[in-house]
Design a protein around this ligand. Structure first.
Ligand code: UT7
Length: 326
């Protein structure tokens, strides 16, 4: 068994900013409602021909640069997304070509939990000695699956990408300590895009029924999110003989500041141990944790030896956590 350390981080946020006030002109909503119910002030929108693989490639290149590892040294690319460039091939394959790598590449679909799922896949390859450098990317062009007539969902999400390079190390005192993944398929239709797959292939009817847009039962999701994020954090800490008092930083999936605050309260985590950037980007789904991680690193919020917990929740339903010694 080897250690699996995060040797580099990167992120890409499109330039175009869509504020709550802009949204007031599109749907029946208000800056006040969005801010108080979600913590979001603005989000980024790709547009201008920028798609998931472009943002993923930019974030990946930055992660490789900060790690000092060139593309030819990358053995595997695992990309988490629910907004791939195309139904197939996997967006990871397109990214491989864009960054000039030769690595095997595939996508992971675990919605907003995608990055934690992808990270745990990479962790297994590295720890088992099957790969030395794995690019783990979360990238979403969520604006392309939002129903811009549905105020329940369109105000919540944004576009962007984040990436880490996971590197094999003989030093087992650092890196990913363990990961925990959970799924409850009985709630698969709580958050979904029903159209465009085998169940409802693209047709005039599917378009008329707006089945190609993301649907979410927000209120039901909220309660499960708080419970799952709290329980998975407690479990992974307990299993590794830690308590929340040992944590230096907690980076939760950025879906709603009220979810984040409730989880922090249940875990008795003080504000300074919590990372929150939802006000600037909204919910960027699989990209939310790696973007936040890259910002946390840039802000000097992580020092060598710190104990970091990342934890996510999303469609599937899926959720999971990863405990990392920085
Ligand atoms: O990342 C994947 C996982 N996703 C999540 O974890 C999301 C979890 N859910 C949430 O974050 C929240 O449930 C939402 C932000 C989606 C909604 O907040 P809420 O406090 O649960 O509101 P609600 O759905 O109970 O709606 C309350 C009211 C409703 O009006 P009535 O029926 O009480 O008259 C909605 O129609 O707020 C209304 N509403 C809005 N009003 C203004 C819903 N969206 C909007 C809006 N602007 N954008």
């Amino acid at each position: 068994m080897y250690g699996a350390i995060i040797s580099g981080t990167g992120s890409y946020l499109p330039e175009k900013i869509l504020t709550n006030h802009d949204l007031e002109k599109i749907v029946e909503t208000s800056d006040e409602w969005i801010k108080t119910r979600t913590g979001i002030s603005e989000r980024r929108i790709a547009g201008n021909g920028i798609i998931t693989s472009d943002m993923a490639a930019a974030a990946a290149q930055q992660a490789m640069l900060t790690a000092g590892v060139s593309a030819d040294k990358v053995d595997l690319i695992v990309l988490a997304t629910v907004t791939p460039d195309m139904v197939f091939p996997a967006t990871a394959c397109i990214v491989q070509h864009k960054i000039g790598a030769r690595a095997a590449a595939f996508d992971v679909n675990a919605a907003c939990s995608g990055f934690v799922y992808a990270l745990s896949v990479a962790e297994q390859y590295i720890k088992a000695g099957s790969a030395k450098n794995v690019l783990v990317i979360g990238a979403e062009t969520y604006s392309t699956i939002l129903d811009w007539t549905d105020r329940n969902t369109c105000v919540l999400f944004g576009d962007g990408a984040g990436a880490v390079l996971l590197t094999q190390s003989t030093d087992k005192s650092r890196g990913i300590i363990s990961s925990r993944l959970y799924t409850d398929g009985s709630m698969s239709e709580t958050i979904c895009v029903p159209g465009g797959g085998a169940k409802y292939p693209c047709s005039l009817e599917s378009i008329e029924k707006r089945l190609h847009y993301m649907k979410m039962k927000g209120n039901e999701t909220f309660k499960v999110a708080v419970r799952s994020l709290t329980e998975s954090a407690q479990t992974i800490l307990q299993e590794n003989n830690y308590t929340t008092a040992d944590l230096d930083l907690f980076i939760p999936h950025q879906a709603n500041s009220r979810i984040i605050q409730s989880v922090a309260n249940y875990l008795s985590l003080p504000e300074e141990k919590l990372f929150c950037n939802i006000d600037k980007y909204g919910n960027t789904s699989a990209a939310s944790i790696p973007i936040a991680l890259d910002e946390a690193v840039a802000a000097g919020r992580l020092k060598p030896g710190n104990l970091l917990l990342v934890s996510a929740f999303g469609g599937g339903l899926t959720w999971g956590a990863s405990l990392i010694r920085w």
